[in-house]
Design a protein around this ligand. Structure first.
Ligand code: NAG
Ligand code: NAG
Ligand code: NAG
Ligand code: NAG
Ligand code: NAG
Ligand code: CA
Length: 527
């Protein structure tokens, strides 16, 4: 331990401002102690840790064996792809090997023999870990870059996907988007998703091989052309909403939508020269550890932050057990140059084992029950360990117990529900006729008017009679000469002198029945 401490002291001056140490052993007037800093792991070559999936099934060439040609010399078609022959196979892993030998190795798709059906392929890269990009993504295409492609990203291990960048030789035609360049973006648009034409035009298949997602150019908007002013970038990453997340991914997907065409239209007589071939995908980034770790290791098939500051989790995204007297917070790049660790802290309590999940920092001993309990639970929690939700709140199933958002208000409709409590999924208990999670809707055959009441009239069973019209299920508007809840009654039955002028006098058996029903209803509902 002492040896390690001495080592760290020596490292400090070199490392300051880079956020690459989490703590150092310093001597102050009160004696030696640890000092803590915001810290992050070094950038790595992320292709070494990726899993890849290529869709659709059968898109990889060689099964059955197939020959292919080049754009430069479409009549020399000597190359062959054969999945069963290691020397002639082009499996996906060849996008991630090292190209030391000089000769490029590449994944290759089938050729466009089904033209004019589009030739589509998805290449999905997954890390099962949040990664912060620190340099450009560079995709190298042998035999020409696609004329249309799209890059997508996920931040939640592939559950939801978002466009990251569009690429086309004609952005308007392909995506109905104007062509833009990352270099022309400004501080307010640094995280804009755009369509670029810079990487899709034909320039000869050997000359221009790369397609980029320009991370450095976007960083340069804040840090200057040579990324000299990183302090300004870190300040912006901290303060500009969504900027940090823009550069964070768990997965990337290349959607290849149209192959290289050799600078001309598709030649149907030689479809063997249209296909995708990717020799390398370079992704440079660091593990996202919320500024609580400077090491990230590959364990059991996944990258994992080595958390400091008494945090834990794959991204150091929560406080360790017994260190939850404050809610968890990410470390901060500010103030420069060392940032704030925002470490998790143990409850300051004389009772060793008083866990309050960050909702209280005080514990008390209740003598007659012989228990230690949290005092004044915050964030709408209650209970000995602030582990329950207060009445009128329910547990947020997507939040951990130590999350400030762990309890959600029931929000029961005051008129429609019996009381303001709800069950574990937020459903309130409804009065008769009311429905919906919050009891703010009415069941069929009920209408809302300061609560739910049974319909007086409708278009099915409770029809207004004699040409009357039903007003909002609440009452029939009767034509002159009729009255009653369903206009079922001729006025002349009551006032004999009107009889001569009133049409359709006298009621059928059915209308009488309905009238009785309506009268009954009227007795229930006080109009
Ligand atoms: C590629 O992925 C998208 C979703 O991002 C999906 O809609 C599309 O069908 C996929 N294409 C292929 C060829 O698998
Ligand atoms: C993803 O990482 C988590 C945490 O390290 C691990 O528990 C899980 O098994 C991994 N999932 C896959 C599919 O590798
Ligand atoms: C984390 O907890 C340990 C005790 O287990 C303590 O020595 C250390 O100083 C704490 N670190 C931080 C950053 O609070
Ligand atoms: C539930 O918790 C998650 C995670 O903290 C939070 O993002 C979300 O807003 C919460 N839901 C509600 C309705 O408060
Ligand atoms: C909550 O109530 C709703 C509606 O009555 C029901 O569908 C749901 O299963 C209940 N949830 C629980 C956890 O009891
Ligand atoms: Ca390769």
């Amino acid at each position: 331990m002492l040896y390690l401490a001495a080592l760290l002291v020596h490292c400090v001056p070199l490392a300051m401002g880079q956020y690459d140490i989490c703590k150092s052993w310093v001597t102050t007037d009160d004696g030696p102690s640890w000092e803590f800093y915001a810290c992050q792991p070094k950038a790595m070559r992320m292709k070494d840790y990726v899993t890849v999936r290529v869709d659709p099934a059968g898109i990889t060439c060689g099964d059955p064996p197939e020959r292919f040609c080049t754009h430069e010399n479409p009549y020399l078609c000597s190359d062959e792809c054969d999945a069963s022959n290691p020397d002639l196979a082009h499996p996906p892993r060849l996008m991630f090997d090292s190209e030391d030998e000089g000769l490029a190795t590449y994944w290759q798709s089938v050729t466009w023999r089904r033209y004019p059906e589009p030739l589509l392929a998805n290449i999905t890269l997954s890390w099962n870990k949040s990664i912060e990009l620190t340099d450009d993504i560079v995709i190298t295409f042998e035999y020409g870059r696609p004329t249309i492609m799209m890059l997508e990203k996920s931040l939640d291990n592939g559950r939801t996907w978002h466009p990251y960048q569009y690429y086309a030789d004609d952005c308007m035609e392909a995506f109905s988007m104007p062509a833009r360049r990352v270099r022309d973006l400004s501080t307010t648009s640094a995280n804009r998703v755009l369509c670029t034409e810079e990487y899709s035009r034909w320039a000869g298949s050997k000359k221009e091989k790369t397609v980029r997602f320009e991370v450095r150019d976007r960083f340069a908007i804040f840090a200057g052309p040579d990324l000299k002013n990183m302090d300004n970038l870190y300040t912006r990453l901290e303060s500009a909403k969504g900027l940090k997340d823009f550069f964070t991914v768990t997965d990337l997907r290349m959607r290849l939508l149209r192959p290289a065409l050799g600078g001309t239209y598709v030649q149907r007589e030689n479809l063997y020269k249209y296909f995708y071939a990717v020799s390398n995908i370079e992704v440079t980034g660091r593990c996202k550890c919320n500024l609580h770790a400077n090491l990230c290791t590959f364990k059991e098939g996944s990258l994992q932050c080595e958390c400091e500051h008494n945090t834990t989790g794959q991204d150091c995204g929560k406080c360790k057990k017994n260190f939850r007297s404050r809610s968890w917070r990410a470390g901060s790049y500010l103030p420069l140059p060392n940032g704030s660790p925002n470490a998790c802290a143990a409850a300051d309590s004389p009772f060793g084992n008083c866990e309050c999940y960050g909702h209280s920092n005080r514990c008390s001993y209740i003598d007659f029950l012989n228990v230690v309990t949290c005092v004044s639970c915050k964030h709408n929690t209650r209970g000995q360990h602030c582990q329950h939700c207060r009445l009128g709140f329910y547990r947020n199933s997507s939040a951990e117990l130590d999350d400030e958002n762990v309890c959600i208000e029931c929000n029961c409709n005051q008129i429609g529900s019996m009381h303001d409590r709800c069950n574990e999924t937020g459903y309130c208990e409804c009065r008769e006729g009311a429905t919906g999670p919050k009891c703010d809707d009415c069941l069929p055959n009920y209408y809302w008017r300061q609560g739910c009441f049974p319909n007086v009239c409708d278009d099915e069973l409770l029809l207004c009679q004699n040409g009357g019209t039903c007003y909002q299920n609440q009452r029939c508007i009767c034509p002159a000469g009729f009255k009653g809840v369903l206009c079922q009654q001729s006025r002349c039955e009551v006032d004999k002198q009107d009889c001569d002028s009133a049409p359709g006098a006298g009621g059928s058996l059915a209308t009488v029945g309905l009238a009785l029903l309506a009268l009954q209803l009227r007795a229930w509902v006080d109009l």
